[in-house]
Design a binder for this molecule. Sequence first.
Ligand SMILES: NC(=O)c1ccc[n+]([C@@H]2O[C@H](COP(=O)([O-])OP(=O)(O)OC[C@H]3O[C@@H](n4cnc5c(N)ncnc54)[C@H](O)[C@@H]3O)[C@@H](O)[C@H]2O)c1
Length: 473
Amino acid sequence: MTPQSTTSHNKSSNNSASSNRAAGGREKADKYTEFVSAGIGRDLAKRLGLPQPAILRRYSPHAPLVEGPIVVLGHGAGADAVAKVLLDWHQDVRRHATPKEKLGAIVVVLDDLANPGGLSEPMLAIGAALRDLNKNARVVSISREVSVADAPEVAAARNAVDGIVRSLAKELRAGATANGIVLQNGIPAGSPSAMAALRFFLSGRSAFVDGQFLTAASEGSRQAPHWDKPLEGNVAVVTGAARGIGAAIARTLARDGATVVAVDIPAAGDHLAAVANEIHGTSLQLDITDPEAGSRILEHAMSRFGRLDIVVHNAGITRDKLLANMDAARWDSVVAVNLEAQLRMNKALLANESFASNGRIISVSSTSGIAGNRGQSNYAASKAGIIGMVRSTAPLMAASGGTVNAVAPGFIETDMTAKIPFATREVARRLNSLQQGGKPRDVAETIAFFAQPQAAGVTANILRVCGQNLVGQ
Ligand SMILES: NC(=O)c1ccc[n+]([C@@H]2O[C@H](COP(=O)([O-])OP(=O)(O)OC[C@H]3O[C@@H](n4cnc5c(N)ncnc54)[C@H](O)[C@@H]3O)[C@@H](O)[C@H]2O)c1
């Protein structure tokens, strides 16, 4: 059985993809979220103690980075450097909170933690300011990675940040999120890659990322940032771009300035062409399990545009069955499309000098690959396999200045999740700190961040886009 033989395409898929357009601004939330966001619905939910998901602030190139002043906590050179960067970005920066002043964000710089006692003052300062956070505010920590070479009290203090951020993310309400940046040793707090991660976490691009960490592995690019069109001049390939999350990724990369080659199976040709035309890109009908898929992608991009900078491995399939009932066709097709095709394509990409220098590879994994899921042993194997692949490909890419990362989406509102029976779906979409499902564009925004030149020092990350789903970490 070829993988595409059981992949169905219909009109509603494409309509739904279009309705999730990544044009920026306010998007429709699910019906329950709309209902409890105002008037009688809000009062009712409050009285009955029902979940009250907020309408999330999503990225628009013209919207402010955050809504309100940013307090930078911390005393050392790292905190000063971060405050300076925020001032350079024309933000309204404070070095301590003033009671009752509404805040857009708190950034706490903990890059010089020596022991757990050093956490008390900044944490209590955050606690005192929490009531003054605006809706959809952000709390971002900047700390250092834990290594076995650290003295035990240093390692304890550094690792404590993990517990703090994940707990705070569960405490925050009204669309506010808490996330962290981890600096590998020797990387200064104000380095370009850490600041690109900070900008991502502060902005509406990270609306559905909560309780997560990004690691800055190297200082990153000193190239002057162009934050509204960060991908201008770049050529990107997106697989599985005919619909769903892939179509949202293609639109988002194009909005950020990239020229996009949209790839999908021939059976999806019409929808693929529609997406490619809409974003002024090109389409390439290709089954990614074709042994020549990597060279065909390279040939298409090189012959038309003379370059290839970004490859997004999004195409994926599910063939769910309990392992007790699993058959070879289901197992093999899922592993072939979701994992083996990527491994083979990466080999071809890495062998191409032009791509390998500064290239970006971003894979779509899944929270099922982190936490496992009943009836999805084949899918979870493929998505967990991606995580292993990313970690071992990172040093190969780093040798020539490239990066490789993955996103792990949780419950995303797509045609796939729309088919889940109502009650199960309602429970699944509320089981996270933001009490709602994410949008395809939330996954797309995270991928676009990994593709930015400014994120050149951000590699080997597996970032969950799941609203801090209760499964897994
Ligand atoms: N929807 C979710 O909630 C969710 C959650 C976690 C992860 N993901 C992952 O996100 C990715 C996109 O998911 P989606 O919900 O948009 O799925 P989808 O089924 O709507 O779209 C997948 C696309 O990939 C294409 N495709 C499948 N096999 C292919 C092949 N062999 N060659 C080329 N193209 C192929 C399909 O034709 C389709 O257009 C997948 O990797 C999926 O596993 C989705």
